[in-house]
Design a binder for this molecule. Sequence first.
Ligand SMILES: CC(=O)N[C@H]1[C@@H](OP(=O)(O)OP(=O)(O)OC[C@H]2O[C@@H](n3ccc(=O)[nH]c3=O)[C@H](O)[C@@H]2O)O[C@H](CO)[C@@H](O)[C@@H]1O[C@H](C)C(=O)N[C@@H](C)C(=O)N[C@H](CCC(=O)O)C(=O)O
Ligand SMILES: Nc1ncnc2c1ncn2[C@@H]1O[C@H](COP(=O)(O)OP(=O)(O)OP(=O)(O)O)[C@@H](O)[C@H]1O
Ligand SMILES: N[C@H](CCC[C@H](N)C(=O)O)C(=O)O
Ligand SMILES: [Mg+2]
Length: 481
Amino acid sequence: MTRLGSLIEELDVEVGENAGLDTSVTGFAIDNRKVAPGTVFGAFQGLRVNGEDYIPDAVKAGAVAIVARPEAKVEGAVHIAHPNPRRLFALLAARYFAPFPDVTVAVTGTNGKTSTVELTRQLWRMMGHKSASIGTLGVTTSVDQVSTGLTTPDIVTFLSNMSGLKREGITHAAFEASSHGLAQYRTEGLPVVAGAFTNLSRDHLDYHGDMDSYFDAKMRLFDEVVARGGAAVVWADDPWSDKVVERATKRGLRLLSVGVKGQALRLANRTPTQLGQTLEIEADGEFYKVNLPLIGAYQAANALTAAGLVVATGGDVAKVLELLGRVQPVRGRLERAVISKAGAPVYVDYAHTPDGLRAAIEALRPHTKGRLVALFGAGGDRDAGKRPLMGKVATELADHVIVTDDNPRSEDPSAIRAAVMAGAPGAEEIGGRRAAIAAAIAQAGADDIVLLAGKGHEQGQIIGDRVLPFDDVTVARECAG
Ligand SMILES: CC(=O)N[C@H]1[C@@H](OP(=O)(O)OP(=O)(O)OC[C@H]2O[C@@H](n3ccc(=O)[nH]c3=O)[C@H](O)[C@@H]2O)O[C@H](CO)[C@@H](O)[C@@H]1O[C@H](C)C(=O)N[C@@H](C)C(=O)N[C@H](CCC(=O)O)C(=O)O
Ligand SMILES: Nc1ncnc2c1ncn2[C@@H]1O[C@H](COP(=O)(O)OP(=O)(O)OP(=O)(O)O)[C@@H](O)[C@H]1O
Ligand SMILES: N[C@H](CCC[C@H](N)C(=O)O)C(=O)O
Ligand SMILES: [Mg+2]
């Protein structure tokens, strides 16, 4: 049984007089509809609504304490007041849900988070640790994968999942820290021993406004989330890398930079092979050769970042680099779905930003003898400014481009396509993703390659409020058969 008083011990918070600090706490919630008797309710001001408006309903449902700004009106429950209620709520919830896996690391960046946490999980596992990852693919262990819906789930789901993993015996966990998640304190409270940065490029400016604010949201990982004395693993070859190094060093974190300009793991050479690539890596003055069984410069970057995290948490460099030769592909990231009747390989990839599209097309180029056909769309209710930029990158780098639908959500799909087409001269526009995939595969010859970008592992097409079953890999197989 957890007492409310023990949760707030030694914290700098205000509680009202006669506060019921002896009351026992039975859970945490940030949505009043999930409050049960004994719950601590976090009332936050959101983008859509003000959570403080739901305080009376939460109290009626049995909330024993409300974490909210000092200005919020609370009657009938303890008011735990703090100017930054999201942060305080995370701290209290972490005290409630503890213990967590012994070693926890986080990955941020515009692209590559999912791949990096997944590869980190695999490397740890091969080293004999019981490991897990949390992110876009859900909660993944060696025996299970459960979807959570968001890349960085809400703080209560996150901490209860982490606590559940510990109960299952997981000792090592890697999670994705999205910019939304960091800005909304969705992954706080537990000790994070290392953080990694993959890259930064345009995305989510609908939410963050401009690139500097987007960068700052991500930097909370190094400024605040990684524990004091922890490590920062930084991909060194991104235009933003030096700034990240500066922030991490200023905080006093132990730096491991990786990449062509990296110091801890220096990528000295990279040669694509038919089914993967050969990497030459310099570490501590020694050279190592790795036959990475994944294609694409971007996946080499993510593999090195993952290796950096494993080394930062105690892994032996030589052993970790050797194990890179045995990693499995990540679902929906340059996944070969099928080879068409004509003989064209069809790849599914999760590229959904201009930079991601560039990375995916460049990854496939060395494997293309003939034409590279790229198909993609852009998601509705997301950064609209990236749409023409995605069109531009694709038409510049692919031989033929088909613009179709990604999750339109509440938007008109033809308007989204028009915005992409505005940056994509010469592209073919085909509404309806299945029809577009069929057309892409039908026009590819034996030497060509087809890239279906944007949805990766996703299992549904979100149209309005409905999620219709849709899986690029399955549809590609159906169209190729
Ligand atoms: C823009 C955004 O990130 N919104 C998320 C955020 O909303 P918010 O804090 O602004 O909340 P709000 O809806 O205004 O509500 C305010 C508060 O009132 C509460 N509430 C609300 C209604 C009610 O009836 N009762 C109630 O108590 C809410 O729980 C919330 O605490 O907090 C909500 C509760 O956890 C999330 O569901 C919601 O995610 C929405 C659905 C979403 O689409 N998010 C996407 C953009 C997202 O987060 N994506 C990232 C990035 C992926 C990437 O890496 O590229 C991700 O991590 O998945
Ligand atoms: N290191 C990288 N550099 C550039 N592009 C990348 C990199 N890693 C992945 N990508 C591109 O981004 C896509 C998504 O990769 P991944 O799912 O690993 O990223 P993510 O950061 O988790 O994305 P999300 O923001 O949706 O969670 C890939 O399919 C690929 O096209
Ligand atoms: N984490 C990203 C995923 C985008 C995937 C793409 N298929 C889309 O729906 O835009 C987002 O929520 O913006
Ligand atoms: Mg992800």
